[in-house]
Design a protein around this ligand. Sequence first.
Ligand code: FAD
Ligand code: NAI
Length: 472
Amino acid sequence: MPQFDVVIIGAGPGGYVAAIRCAQLGLKTACVAGWPTASSLSPLGGTCLNIGCIPSKALLDSSHHFDNIRQHAAVHGINVSGVGLDLDIMLARKDAVVATLTQGIAGLFRKHRVELFRGRGRLQGGNNVTVTDLNGNVSETLHARNIIIATGAEPVSLPQAPVDGQRIVDSTGALSFDEVPARLGVVGAGAIGLELGSVWRRLGSQVVLLEAMDNFLAAADAEIAQEARRTLVKQGLDLRLGARLTGTRVTASGVEVQFERGGKAEVIEFDRLIVAVGRKPHTAGLGAAAAGLQLDDRGRIVVDVACRTNLPQVYAIGDVIAGPMLAHRASEEGVAVAERIAGKVAQVDHALVPWVIYTWPEVAWVGKTEHELKAAGRSIRTGKFRLQANGRARAMEAVDGLVKIVADAATDEVLGVHIFGAAASELIAEAALAMAFSASSEDIARTIHAHPTLAEALHEAALAVDGRALHS
Ligand code: FAD
Ligand code: NAI
């Protein structure tokens, strides 16, 4: 039986990064990677690379170019005519981006001598992991001194809208429509609904988002969420909040969606419907019950602060445990667990996980919202700066949005940074770094920011905490 210091189950951003770090630290490492159903996709990179972060961002970028050329070229004095869409090429480019990156992981595994076993990993007694095919036939049994479970998550399904892969799809189906649906419904106005809704709106769909909650983007700062809502609605996303889905009916011409809103029953017919109402941990086939692995009431693997499960030498990371379902969080946990196995001290600061929603403009935040801090009785000061007064934003024609900094009233420590604006996904890195070093808003205010940059808006928001913004 092959013996390993570490066997990792799952090769998403949690699992593959953990594998590389284990190997870097001199641990004999294997990674068992597969999909729950037959798939032509590489198991390397997991959800993120194959059906999540990367393909969605590839389509967001392509559709942004298309939208920009059609809607915004003229203002720059660029006359464009005959703009057309070749969806096959757009989708093929997305697939090529994914293929390049998954092949890159295969190369990294070879370089670091991580042994890859394709198949489904299953826990067996005595720290063994079997590798099985989709029918449960065992091809290999691996002995592991340590096991890291990184099996990720899968879409939540709704009985009122069963995914058929044709009219009703989940996020994976929505990354590969063979034509632009004229009428597109999306159940759930969360991260996936907003991003994929934006992609297809830019490509020409009439998009209606049906969101159960009454407030939009509840996890974000309320002011930022309100700003984002106004802009996205102005762009053409038809956002219906407080919509309770009651049923769907696939017809010859589309899919009829029944919902209740404000006590009134409504029906809309769409060509396609995306169901994007959250994701749930993936533990099927892992042999969790037989192995005695503890799960919580939502099916997540229970871990302590060091990602240790209740089984000795078995760890779990990423989407399969509680916490934000984000690729960078999974990767950081993978690195930390690898380092702990190698006897090092490692920590992940879960309070400083940045969030980004890649609409245009983008929504990004790190730390606490103003509302959370006030509810906790913290005394705070806020500083805001609108991009309309930022020179670079003007030059770019990207003046929608603002930067907001929330700082402790007494110590001035930055407690949260919230951005709605162009390149917010990049700007948030400065905020996360500042907060990792317990920076005050004064520290950011005293840091020289290059001119003209969007980052100057962060600088100005820091000055605004003390009421001394220069350009507002
Ligand atoms: P996963 O990436 O899900 O990987 C787990 C892998 O393990 C999968 O391949 C799974 O099939 C495999 N597996 C499961 N069970 C077994 C088994 N028994 N044996 C072997 N293999 C198994 N996050 C971001 O941070 N930024 C984004 O922009 C972003 N965009 C997203 C867009 C979409 C459309 C979706 C769906 C998700 C997005 N996410 C994004 C979330 C991100 O993809 C996840 O948080 C991340 O992939 C979690 O990493 P993971 O390693 O925990 O699990
Ligand atoms: P989500 O949790 O972000 O949003 C789901 C939305 O659906 C919520 O607003 C919820 O109120 C709503 N909802 C739930 N049940 C509903 C119902 N029956 N009818 C109508 N609305 C309903 O989940 P989503 O968008 O599916 O994404 C899953 C996860 O994937 C995210 O939470 C995030 O962790 C990750 N992700 C991250 C991205 C990023 O970082 N940019 C992009 C896409 C996904």
